[in-house]
Ligand binder design. Sequence first.
Ligand SMILES: [Zn+2]
Length: 125
Amino acid sequence: MSHELALEFLPSINLGQLCCPLCATLFEPWSTVALLDDGDVPMGYLCERCFMTGPHAAAQTMRERTLDLRGFVLRARTNLTQPAWLKLLLAMQERIDHWDLLADRVDQLSWWQLKGSDSDHGSAA
Ligand SMILES: [Zn+2]
C-alpha cells in the first residue's frame, strides 16, 4: 500500500485533449502520457511542462493558481450579497485548501517517481 505521488507511463490511445491535474493546462497528448497517481488513485495526466520542469516548478504554478483564486474570491465580494459571497467563499476555500495541500506534497518530491519502481520487481507476463 502506497500513498505516494507517482507517475505511470501509458500509451495514449484516442484520449483527446487532456487537462493537467497540477497546472490545469489543456494539452494534446503525445504517443505516451504520464498518469499521476496518488497511491492507488489516478489523479490525471501530467502535461509536458509539469513533467519537464519537475515537481518544484509544478508546485510553484499551483501556488500561483491558489493566489489567483483567493484574489478572485476577494474581488467577488464587491459584486455579491453577503450570503452569496459567503457561499462562494466556502466553496472556493475547499478547492484552495485542496490545491495548497497538493502543492505541498508535490513540492516535497525531489523529482517525479515512477510507480512501483521502489518496491517489488514483479515479472511482466
Ligand atoms: Zn501541468
